[in-house]
Each structure stands twice: as C-alpha cells, then as structure tokens.
Design a protein. Structure first.
Length: 216
C-alpha cells in the first residue's frame, strides 16, 4: 500500500476526533453529570406593583426595597437542578391619595419556594438558566398593630452564572413572583380594622439579584 493511502485514513480520523479531544481537555462542564450541591447568597432590589383598596379605591404603594436571599441547589438531572429558595425584603406600604389617616407601615415580604431550573452551559465560563418555583408568601407587618398573612405563590426565573473556579461562581438572577390573593381578602388586620381590602387578584413583584455560589 502506498504511503499516502496509509496516511489519508489516519488524517481523516484525526481531523474528526481532535475537536472532541480538545473539548474534553480544555472544557469541562462543571454542572454536567456529576452529583453536587450548591449554596448561594444574594443581595439585590425588589419592586412591587400597586394594590387597589377595594372599599375606597385608594392605591396601596409598596416602595422598592433591599432584598436578601439564600438558595440551596442540587443535581436533579444532567443540566438541571432542584432549588429551595428563601427571599426577604422590607418595603414601606403607604396609601397614596389617602383620605384617611392610615399610617405608613413597614412590611416584611418573604418567599419560601421549591422548584428547579434548566441549565444552558456554553464552552466559556458563562452559562444561563431558566427556572420555575412554587411555595408561599409571608406578609409580616413590623410591630404588633397588624396581623400577618400567608398566601400561595409562584415564581419564574432567568439567571446567568460566571464560573470563577470549580467551586465558586458569580450569580445573577431576575425573578418575577406572583402571589394569589383570595377573593374578598383583607390584609394586615388589627384593632377591629384592616389596613387593606382587596378583590381576588395576583400580586406581582420583581427582583434583580447578584450573588456568590459555592458548589460541593
């Protein structure tokens, strides 16, 4: 067999195998098939839509507020994760154009959600994700003048991740929460009166977060 007839098959095989070999050498997906867990801590801001008072037509306005969140993640399947999220903020609630003497109140709004996300890795340190979650919202006015409330809620999330090392990554998340308010529900009641009466509706909040993730 002539020399070029021996070399040509080797060259063809090498041409097609080199990209795969290079990928395995130079690119290792840190969120591939391996089992792992992650802990992430976030800081950011949360904004809220206004809520109409059913009886008076006044508008209850929640201010933008600093937000803190902690998330626990774990391997669910290749390129997908389970997630348990706790997120907390304390906006100020005020009645705009109020004809009453309703005071401004600070309200802790906390989410505890269980869900997951699909990961979209690339051949760089950057990756993105899309997630969903369901759970509960806890409205807790500061002080003892008004009562607290629980409600069912869900979230939708878009995220980015920048891998610093095998264990540490920078995270950025944009989340939108929807909380179901029951028909004929009253919020923050105390002293035989309620601060806010609402019809059944979906209360929407959005938050933009940045944080650090540790994987183990």
């Amino acid at each position: 067999m002539k020399l070029h007839q021996r070399i040509l098959p080797v060259f063809v095989i090498s041409t097609f195998s080199l990209p795969s070999a290079a990928e395995s050498i130079f690119f290792e997906d840190p969120y591939g098939a391996k089992n792992y867990m992650t802990v992430s801590a976030f800081l950011g801001t949360r904004i809220s839509e206004d809520v109409a008072h059913k009886s008076t037509g006044e508008v209850a306005d929640f201010s933008a507020a600093l937000t803190q969140a902690v998330a626990l993640g774990w391997t669910y399947d290749r390129h997908s994760e389970g997630e348990l999220l706790f997120s907390n903020s304390k906006p100020t609630l005020s009645m705009s154009n109020s004809t009453t003497s309703a005071p401004d109140i600070d309200v802790y709004i906390q989410y505890l959600h269980f869900g997951g996300r699909v990961l979209f890795p690339t051949r760089t340190a950057f990756s993105s994700s899309f997630g969903l979650g369901i759970g509960a919202t806890y409205f807790n006015p500061e002080g003892n003048d008004y009562g607290s409330e629980f409600a069912f809620s869900g979230n939708i999330t878009g995220g980015i991740r920048y891998q610093l090392t095998e264990e540490f990554a920078l995270r950025g998340d944009l989340r939108v929460y929807g909380t179901l308010l029951n028909s004929e529900s009253s919020l923050f009641c105390g002293n035989q009166t309620c601060y806010l009466d609402v019809d059944g509706d979906v209360y929407v909040q959005g938050e933009l977060m940045a944080g650090l993730e540790f994987k183990f």
